[in-house]
Each structure stands twice: as structure tokens, then as C-alpha cells.
Design a protein around this ligand. Structure first.
Ligand code: GLN
Length: 511
């Protein structure tokens, strides 16, 4: 194994430890990942833009600071590079949300999470691919390119954050950020064998996250281990006065919880199996790995019971009214007036503002985005508002109450993350309801604003990764990190190493 392949396979926490011991510099880490990106991208295509110069400059600045003894108070992950979903704005680096309507847009400011990463001395490797405006479950709705699953490049990496998940799974980046409105961090995590976290709504600032559906959107970590996600959430989390929905509360002790979990003692932890998230629609191979993982939790002392959330079957229906309604409102800002694409009407058509907007949106938005804008505009229209949007909001309240009742019986809830493993390109693209079904198990957490995370639970019979989901009460993200780290440690011991050990990584061979 070359130095590069050895280095990039470390966890982010291990990379940070080597930096602290002076064994590796931030620049060396950035250079190693840039080499992997160069080798892997022809097959994976996770990045829309690689910001090599910026990353190297940031690494050099950090290394210089460290040499002066000036890096002492920085977060543990200081110096470790990271990739960013192109749904998060980065000053001076093109940000597109994978849409033609934003092609070429260079943001004049950084999202709060980016400001915090920079302050932590973490270099930004580049911007990762996604479904246009984070709408989709396979990354096939990107206007620019298709990202391939590193486990099997004929399959999707999940979505919408397929780029971030594939980048981390293929060792192009040790860490990434995603956004999760209905599962876009967790479902790609499940399909690529990575860890993906949707924090409590309001626990991480959304300032500078391009808005999809504001009452559901949340930025969160993507990593290969539970501890790495915990450390990353500690960097990006915490109150931000620029986001009015940000919770004025310190970040809970997430890394501490993950480290405790690794000791594999869950004595007395009440784990609730969500009854409604099993059975029909769930692939047998997924259910098998899921129930084996539940057995491991039991072996570590957890008390496992089944809990029922009777309104959960209505989550998908409520989401596909509330989300498009908010999308139709949020995406109204792409009008060709202020920034992004502008398409003037052809000769002979009156050159009015309304016509310019129509031509711009026709050319700038893809089919899935148009579908949701139309659906949402309809659901919010006078005369239909109460029947659709009003009812969906009532259902949302019932789901929130179901979770409150469930968390009276259990400390954490568990369910598979995704009903299936990674599917093939084109398999669901022409069948929106089939595509939407991917998110049955992830959407409830967004509706209730609670934290949830996906951790790898091994490989299904088809040789593809399966995701195991933990859900915790609002503001108690620490509660899910502990059993997640315990399960990760137990699985590693049983399987003789992390899940990626059995992945074929041709692109690393040449390095
Ligand atoms: N796949 C879901 C959707 O298409 C979730 C998207 C997301 O979380 N951004 O809406």
C-alpha cells in the first residue's frame, strides 16, 4: 500500500491525531485526497468542482499556524479536509445546487457552517453533486452529471446527496457536508456504506444553505465513522443569530457520547423498534441485516421493545404536500432578475418581465423541480389550501405526537434507513412514486424535527451496503451517537473490520 492509500483510509479522527503528533501536515492530507480525486473521478463523478488551490492555501495557512503554536484552541478536526454538497454556499467558489439556473453563480458570502469549518482550519476540497435543488433520491436529477456508487458503478449512490456520500465512500474525502430535507444525508449513507446524520432541526445553522423546504431542511455530517460525524457536528453546530430557527443552546457532548458507545455497554438503554417501518416494501436482505444488528444491541445490554407510531404511514403523503408547497415558494426567487440564468423571449414574443421569467424557468429548471413547483403551487392555491396544505400540517402534528409518545417508552428508536439497497441507473427515474418510496423511513424525522442518523449494518445478500437508522428526541442528538458507535464497534468486531474492507477500490490501486 502506498503512503497515499494508507493515509486516505484513516478515519478523520486518526488523521487529526497524526496532525497533532506532527506526523502529517494538513497540506499532505489535502494532496493525498486530490490524488485520489484525480484517480477516482472518471469512474465516480462525485464532484461538480474541485477547489484544489483554495484547499492547498487553507492547508498551508493552518500548517503555518500550527508551526507557530497557534492552533492549540482549535477543534479536534483542525487541518482535516472536507467536501461540501453544492447546496451550501461558498464565497468565491461556484455554487449551483446542480441546476442550470444557478450555473456560473459565485456566492458573495459563506454559509455559517463554512465560516465555522474555515475557523476550525479545515480545508475545503470542493463541491459535490446532488439531485437538482436536493430533489431526488438517486442524484440522477443533477443537471450536470451522474454520480456512481463506489460499491458498484452501475448503481446510484442514493440522493440527493449522492456526491458527498460517494466522495466519502471512495476515499476522495474523509468527511463531507450534506443537507437532509427528507433523507438526503441518511439514504445516500445507507446506499454507500457511510455514516450520515440529520441533526435536530435548528441544531445546525441553515444560513447559506440553499433553501429547498425550510421547515424540513437541515445541514449535517457525512463520514466513515460515527465518531467522525460527532466531531464534525460539534464544529458546525450551535446557535447562529443569522438563522432565526437556530436553537440557542450549546452543542450536546456528541464526541463524548460516541466514545462512550465504543465501549459497547448499552445496559438499560431502551431501544424501540418502529413497527410501521418493516415488512412490505422492505427488501428481505435489508431486514435480515437490520434484525441481526438489533440482536447485537440486545447483546450489549439494550432492552429492545416494539413501539407503534400509528400515523407514520401518512408521513410520505404529508411530506409530498408540505415539501412541494415550500419548494414552490422558495424557488420563486429564481426569476432571472437578480442572479443566475436569464433567458430573454425570442423575437416576436413581447419582451416583458413575465415572459423573461417564463423562458428563464423553462430553460433553467429540470423536470423534477418543475413537477414539484407545480404541485406545491396547486396545494397552496386559494380554495385548495385547507384541503391539501392544511390537512398535511395536521397530519404532521399527529406524527410529532406519535414520536412524543414513543419516546416516553424508548430512549432511541431504530428502523432500516432505506427499504432497499442501491438500485441501477434508470430503474426509478420515470416512476416518481417509486423514487419517493425510498424515503419512507427517513421522512418522519424531518417532519418531527428530531435527530436521526444512518450507520452501515453490513452487506445485503446482493453484496451492497445496508443502513441502520437511529432516531432520538429533539435536542438530544447525543442520545443516538452512543448506541450508533456501539453498533459500529460490535459490527467491526464481528466482521473483522469496517464495512469498506470488502469494497473493490480499483482507483486506489494506481496510486
Ligand atoms: N429524496 C427526498 C426528496 O426527493 C429527500 C430530499 C432531501 O432530503 N433533500 O424530496
Amino acid at each position: 500500500m502506498s503512503d497515499v492509500t494508507e493515509l486516505v483510509r484513516l478515519t478523520a479522527a486518526e488523521m487529526a491525531e497524526r496532525i497533532r503528533r506532527g506526523e502529517v501536515s494538513s497540506r499532505e492530507l489535502v494532496e493525498a485526497h486530490l490524488k485520489v480525486i484525480e484517480a477516482a473521478e472518471p469512474a465516480i463523478r462525485a464532484f461538480l468542482a474541485v477547489s484544489a488551490d483554495e484547499a492547498l492555501a487553507q492547508a498551508d495557512a493552518f500548517d503555518a499556524r500550527r508551526a507557530k503554536g497557534d492552533a492549540e484552541g482549535l477543534p479536534e478536526l483542525a487541518g482535516v479536509p472536507i467536501a461540501i454538497k453544492d447546496m451550501i454556499v461558498t464565497k468565491g467558489i461556484e455554487t449551483t445546487a446542480a441546476s442550470k439556473i444557478l450555473k456560473g453563480w459565485i456566492p458573495p458570502y459563506d454559509a455559517t457552517v463554512i465560516t465555522r469549518l474555515k475557523a476550525a482550519g479545515m480545508p475545503l476540497l470542493g463541491k459535490t453533486n446532488l439531485d437538482e435543488f436536493a430533489q431526488g433520491s438517486s442524484t440522477e436529477h443533477s443537471a450536470f452529471q451522474t454520480t456512481h456508487n463506489p460499491w458498484d458503478t452501475t448503481r446510484v449512490p442514493g440522493g440527493s446527496g449522492g456526491g458527498s456520500a460517494a466522495a466519502v465512500a471512495s476515499f476522495e474525502a474523509p468527511l463531507a457536508l450534506g443537507t437532509d430535507t427528507g433523507g438526503s444525508i441518511r439514504q445516500p449513507g445507507a446506499l454507500t456504506g457511510t455514516v450520515g446524520v440529520k441533526p435536530t432541526y435548528g441544531a445546525v445553522s441553515r444560513f447559506g444553505a440553499i433553501a429547498m423546504a425550510s421547515s424540513l431542511d437541515q445541514i449535517g455530517p457525512v463520514s466513515r465513522t460515527v465518531l467522525d460525524s460527532a466531531l464534525l457536528q460539534e464544529v458546525i453546530g450551535g446557535h447562529d443569530r443569522r438563522d432565526s430557527t437556530s436553537i440557542p443552546m450549546p452543542v450536546p457532548p456528541l464526541a463524548k457520547a460516541a466514545r462512550e458507545g465504543a465501549r459497547r455497554d448499552l445496559t438499560g438503554l431502551r431501544v424501540g423498534l418502529v413497527k410501521e417501518l418493516s415488512g412490505e416494501g422492505f427488501q428481505p436482505g435489508v431486514e435480515k441485516r437490520f434484525s441481526e444488528a438489533v440482536d447485537l444491541l440486545r447483546d450489549m445490554g439494550a432492552e429492545v421493545t416494539e413501539v407503534s407510531l400509528p400515523h407514520l404511514p401518512y408521513s410520505l403523503g404529508a411530506y409530498y404536500i408540505i415539501m412541494p408547497s415550500e419548494v414552490s415558494s422558495n424557488l420563486a426567487r429564481y426569476d432571472g432578475m437578480r442572479y443566475g440564468l436569464r433567458v430573454m423571449p425570442p423575437e416576436g414574443v413581447p419582451q416583458t418581465a413575465a415572459n423573461m421569467m417564463a423562458y428563464t424557468r423553462e430553460a433553467g429548471f429540470g423536470d423534477e423541480v418543475k413537477r414539484r413547483i407545480i404541485l406545491g403551487t396547486y396545494a397552496l392555491s386559494a380554495g385548495y389550501y385547507d384541503a391539501w396544505y392544511g390537512s398535511a400540517q395536521k397530519v404532521r402534528t399527529l406524527i410529532i405526537r406519535d414520536f412524543e409518545a414513543a419516546f416516553a417508552q424508548a430512549d432511541v428508536l431504530v428502523a432500516p434507513t432505506s427499504p432497499t439497497t442501491a438500485f441501477r441507473f434508470g430503474e426509478k427515474t420515470d416512476d416518481p412514486p417509486a423514487m419517493y418510496m425510498n424515503d419512507v423511513a427517513t421522512i418522519p424525522a424531518n417532519l418531527a424535527g428530531i435527530p436521526a442518523m444512518s450507520v452501515p449494518a453490513g452487506l445485503s445478500d446482493d453484496g451492497l451496503p445496508v443502513g441502520f437508522q437511529f432516531l432520538a428526541p429533539q435536542k438530544r442528538d447525543d442520545v443516538m451517537y452512543r448506541p450508533a458507535a456501539a453498533l459500529e464497534a460490535a459490527l467491526e468486531e464481528r466482521n473483522g473490520g469496517p464495512i469498506w474492507r470488502s469494497m473493490k477500490t480499483d482507483w486506489l490501486e494506481s496510486l
